[in-house]
Design a binder for this molecule. Sequence first.
Ligand code: FEO
Length: 170
Amino acid sequence: MNTRVEKALNEQIKKEAESSHFYLAIASWAEEKGLNGTATFFYAQSDEERFHMLKLIHFVNERGGKALIPGINAPQNDFDGIKQVFGLLLEHEVAVTESINKLVEICLEEKDYTTQNFLQWYVAEQLEEEAQAKTILDRINLTGEDKGGLYLFDRDMEQMASQKEQMPEQ
Ligand code: FEO
């Protein structure tokens, strides 16, 4: 495997691991606050990121490279409220999209079309994740963060998370 591509893929493995860890911290925060729908959503999101990481690990190893399992720093554990956590979700996903796009660029520069083709799954996934975060933020702006709004929002999140679980990853 091209060494520059391999290095970039290993950096992406780390980013997916950090994403999984970060969303796990948000899930735990929400659970502790009694926001069970939001917690379920972020636990599922954390699992998805782990799946993204595993998919990269298998690809690197199967293509003759060596996947490196990264160390991860402790994530932020305290948050102000749902608007902040979903804002962070969008911010984080936008950053991941940028890094996937850079990875695609590297593949094109190195003429590694197999990896570039493999990464198209991530390109599509990022589009979906950003759109989802934006939809949720719009919903928060509509329902507001008072008690009634929060209750309705959290119930919607429960539903969204269960739909996520029913959908196959590929
Ligand atoms: Fe794996 Fe949400 O980026």
